[in-house]
Ligand binder design. Structure first.
Ligand SMILES: Cc1cc2nc3c(=O)[nH]c(=O)nc-3n(C[C@H](O)[C@H](O)[C@H](O)COP(=O)(O)OP(=O)(O)OC[C@H]3O[C@@H](n4cnc5c(N)ncnc54)[C@H](O)[C@@H]3O)c2cc1C
Length: 182
């Protein structure tokens, strides 16, 4: 359930009955079970952030995943991007590490490679936030038109969207290092 920043107090003062009614209205499928919500302790607020570091690395150090870029829950891509950062980093530094140390230039290349897909996905997420925020008052997570369009989208379009979300914008693959022992 999307709650605008600072709006949790209003939700709280409206009472649990109002929250239950709101959930049942947004997702009628939950109507039979919404009565299980009997205490505010069962309700958790997750503050959403969407940002990234300007610089991900220092000498001998690099931040990846959430430490470098906080993704919003839109699309559920946080784990995906964190793992892809790790794969890109491993590919870039393994050989150099074996020779003794990793240069700042290498770490910078990793940041450049991964910052591009992060930036694009965050832009998509920000646009989704704008749509969601407009619709929050009406209680709908996605505009009805978008839901209908997604439902009837051709299998090709659905596959493309699933690929964008599931594999990311620049999928990373583990590359065997040049002198790996098998
Ligand atoms: C409620 C919730 C739901 C989410 N749902 C989804 C979802 O459905 N799909 C999705 O893709 N993403 C989801 N995410 C986001 C996802 O969990 C993160 O994007 C992802 O875990 C980031 O991976 P990470 O390795 O960068 O960081 P983390 O998974 O946070 O790993 C960091 C690790 O470092 C450890 N650590 C911290 N400080 C230190 C220290 N000083 N010394 C040693 N260890 C330390 C922590 O204990 C932790 O184990 C969700 C997040 C939350 C909070």
């Amino acid at each position: 359930m999307v709650i605008r920043k600072g709006g949790f107090d209003d939700l709280h003062s409206a009472g649990l009955a109002a929250l239950r009614a709101s959930i049942a209205e947004i997702a009628p499928v939950l109507t039979p079970v919404v009565g299980a919500l009997t205490d505010w302790d069962q309700v958790k607020l997750l503050a959403v952030r969407l940002d990234r570091l300007d610089r991900w690395h220092r000498d001998g150090f690099i931040a990846i995943g959430d430490a470098a870029h906080a993704m919003s829950p839109v699309g559920g891509v946080g784990v995906n991007y964190a793992i892809q950062d790790a794969v890109a980093l491993a590919n870039a530094i393994t050989d150099e590490l074996r020779r003794g140390g990793v240069s700042s230039a290498t770490l910078h290349r990793v940041q450049r490679r991964r910052a591009a897909p992060v930036r694009i996905m965050q832009r998509i997420q920000r646009a989704a936030h704008a749509g969601i925020t407009r619709r929050t008052a009406s209680g709908r997570f996605l505009p009805r038109g978008v839901v209908t369009a997604l439902r009837f989208a051709s299998p090709v379009v659905r596959r493309l969207i699933a690929r964008l979300i599931g594999l990311g914008i620049r999928p990373e693959h583990v590359r065997p290092s040049s002198n790996s022992r098998r």
